[in-house]
Design a protein around this ligand. Sequence first.
Ligand code: GKR
Ligand code: MG
Length: 449
Amino acid sequence: MMERGTPLVTEMQVIPVAGRDSMLMTLSGAHAPFFTRNLVIIKDNAGHTGIGEIHGGDYTCEALESCIPLVVGQPIGMYRKILDNIHKASKKAKEDDGEGIQNLDISKLKFVVKAEWAIECALLDLLGQYLDLPMCQLLGDGKQRDRVETLGYLFYVSDKEKAPGLEYLDERESADPWFAMRRKEMLTPEQIVEQAQVLHEKYGFRNFKLKGGVLEGEKEMEAVRALKKAFPKGRINIDPNGAWSLEEAVRLCRPMEGVLTYIEDPCGPEAGYSSREVMAEFKNQVKLPVATNMIATDWRQFYHAAALKSVDIVLADPHFWGFGGSVRMAQILNDWGLIWGSHSNNHFDITLTAFAHVAAAAPGNPTALDTHWIWQDGQNLLKDTPQIRDGYLEVPDRPGLGVTIDMEKVEEANRLYRKLDSHDRDDAMAMQYLIPGWKFDSKKPCLVR
Ligand code: GKR
Ligand code: MG
């Protein structure tokens, strides 16, 4: 008699890993020398392996481990039901006040990220392999494009020599001009333009996003102007993560109409008004499209953001919204004449691949995809990392995610993780080497104290 149904999950492993980072500056401080992630590896009785990657830290790791009994033994074709069971079993953490990340409090990021989306990714990888289809064909209305436009994510970088106790990598001897540059100090407009030029040479980027919230707004706008001069046809965006007051954001951004293509999270909550209300007022006064990954991170927040017309571009990170959820957002935005994109945090190449599939299934004309991966390029956990060429990320055409995990590299990254004293992101720690006693203030650029 023929066996019925899809293959059954035989094993689910959760592997926390760590990688190396530069001293990247943001409103929340300075990136530490190491970042962490959690990997999910699921096997089925057809002999396939599915993989997923998500944010690091003990909270997410424990959440994933608690899901194992709800996944093992289940048919992969029931992946939606598996996820539904996980949602129904999960409880809101006591410390989660529902504020989200509208103030960029990164200690709350773990509540916005949903661990189970790494499981969704691994199950879709398995299902794709079973059906002999690339993952993007299983999402929304299927594959919309073969390659995905990607932006060059520019950061101010501080001098790691000022944090002598911290083990930042030094790549200045690298033969690759980008690798040789990315661990060095870059704080002036000239250095930001040079960063963009080297990235353009290596990956072909023509679109750039500058992470702001570091220097005085006027100084950051000088860098934006210099970028536009160097790349007159480029789409330039700056993201201060809501650091500016409404008044400041209007003053800074009005003269940038025609220079900036769009602006990401220019302001945040103030004077008792939520960020959704404040951004709606900003849009009344400045003729620039507004993007967010801070004020619409779930469907309830999106309802209010949409009702108030606070945003034009929703950067629907699949690790906040789910893979199916992010594509559902892309479909809604496209139907309404709005634009989809995705935000990112530090990540390995498994996330890079997964986001390529989501973006490949997003209908319409998405904005160029964010990725931090250029700062991690070379620390691959895959044997066949998709490449970014000519500003576009390739979407693997093989079944599932279409890539092969390199277990030796994963074990190495797990050993690094196990050596770390803390597994949670802490941008204040490195920042305090630069400014003793430094504390996060959602309204003050990190180097302005
Ligand atoms: O990695 O420091 C960072 C970024 O600033 C990240 O935390 C943000 O969430 O990239 C993100 C953004 O676009 O807001
Ligand atoms: Mg952002």
